[in-house]
Design a protein around this ligand. Structure first.
Ligand SMILES: Nc1nc2c(ncn2[C@@H]2O[C@H](COP(=O)(O)OP(=O)(O)OP(=O)(O)O)[C@@H](O)[C@H]2O)c(=O)[nH]1
Ligand SMILES: [Mg+2]
Length: 366
């Protein structure tokens, strides 16, 4: 006997509780493929019903992969590597071999040096103690890089299953949908959405008679920006096309606001250019450092958006950290938002982010 699961999200289908996960009207059970009500609404009305995400349940479920003999595709969002690279992946997938795949390359400016980005990802994986066979860069939406990866996956899996594992919202289901579309022509078979927690159970797509490509629910990482902002704001901060670099000449004692979600204070150093990489829909605002506190208080949710008037209420307060940047070509990374490249060097800055999210510094790969 096989449990009936939703084709779109992998949740176990039930017909009793309309407000619980996996609900489908009894009449839908006679269909060959059953979609739960939440997936149905997401697909047909683009309406996202919030589900109660219990991070422990998902972690436990995904951790059963430890007991399998399979190939792991660890998908991460190259726009938020700190928020999506799973340092504890080995605890979840055991000794299975891992290919690291950076998704969403379509969002990077075309000029990005992909070779350097790959090397940096390899270094990051090593730094956090993650052993990976190889690194690939792909766009699951556009299809870039998937042919090359498909060949490598086929060799590496050696007839075994492939599990696609990663933090919520990195694009696991979109990634698998591309492979389904390539082999059967069917589009958007698995439900995807811009909000975390879309996939709720394992979804197995047969590769041949013996093995499958398996979609898994996202691991919840509290350090992911998506958990701090409203759905509306998330839509604005998530880039939906290639990022246009925005160049700002700043003097010391000037501040740049990233909407009302983050703030960059140039404390000390020579006047210079800062290149900003954020969703084109986030408003950047320059002001004098002296005015910045007051401006924030008055204008967060107004001039400084996102958040908006309503969603500013739920945003954690911004907390400040100071850095001395000595090397030229350094990125200040605002997890889940984007980054600012410092072209020159020898500067002191202060950076403000919502409490719970930490800025990081890296060598730029531009
Ligand atoms: N620009 C861009 N967006 C992508 C890409 N892949 C996925 N997305 C978007 O990222 C969002 C999340 O995609 P999903 O495929 O639902 O992510 P997931 O990892 O399955 O999420 P969970 O099921 O919640 O764990 C959606 O809005 C996708 O359209 C990509 O290659 N490029
Ligand atoms: Mg998914």
């Amino acid at each position: 006997m096989n449990e009936l699961v939703c084709l779109g999200c992998g949740a176990t289908i039930q017909t009793d509780d309309k407000s619980a996960i996996g609900y489908a009207p009894p009449s839908s059970l006679k269909n060959e493929d059953v979609l739960c009500q939440r997936c149905f609404k997401l697909r047909h009305y683009n309406k996202n019903e919030t589900v109660d995400l219990n991070s422990d349940d998902f972690l436990q479920l995904v951790s059963t992969i430890r007991q399998t003999d399979s190939l792991i595709i660890h998908l991460i969002d190259i726009f938020d590597v700190d928020g999506t690279l799973l340092e504890n992946l080995v605890r979840i997938v055991g000794n299975n071999p891992i290919i690291l795949v950076g998704n969403k390359v379509d969002l990077l400016p075309k000029s990005t040096n992909k070779g350097q980005l790959k090397n940096w990802l390899l270094r990051r994986a090593k730094e956090v103690g993650l052993k990976v066979m190889d690194v690939y860069l792909v766009s699951s939406v556009k299809g870039d890089g998937l042919d090359e990866l498909a060949i490598s996956m086929d060799t590496a899996r050696n007839g075994k299953d492939i599990h696609v594992v990663g933090v919520t919202n990195v694009g696991k289901s979109t990634f698998i949908n591309q492979f389904i579309q390539r082999s059967t022509g069917e589009k958007n078979m698995i439900t995807t959405s811009y909000f975390p927690g879309t996939t709720l159970g394992f979804i197995s797509i047969p590769l041949d008679d013996e093995s499958a490509l398996v979609d898994t629910p996202g691991i919840i990482n509290p350090a992911q920006m998506a958990h701090y902002v409203s759905k509306d704001d998330l839509k604005l901060i998530t880039p939906n096309k290639e990022i246009k670099a925005r160049n700002y000449q700043l003097h010391d004692q000037q501040t740049l606001f990233v909407g009302g979600l983050a703030r960059f204070d140039f404390i000390k150093g020579d006047k210079q250019s800062f290149v900003c990489y954020f969703s084109n829909r986030i408003h950047l605002h320059r002001t004098k450092l002296d005015n910045a506190d007051q401006l924030y208080e008055r204008q967060v949710g107004e001039l400084l958006q996102p958040p908006n008037e309503e969603t500013k209420e739920t945003l954690p307060e911004l907390v400040k950290s100071a850095y001395r940047i000595e090397k030229p070509n350094t990125d200040i990374v605002f997890p889940g938002l984007g980054w600012i490249t410092v072209l020159d060097a020898d500067i002191t800055i202060e950076v403000h982010m919502p409490r719970g999210l930490a800025v990081s510094i890296r060598e730029s790969f531009r």
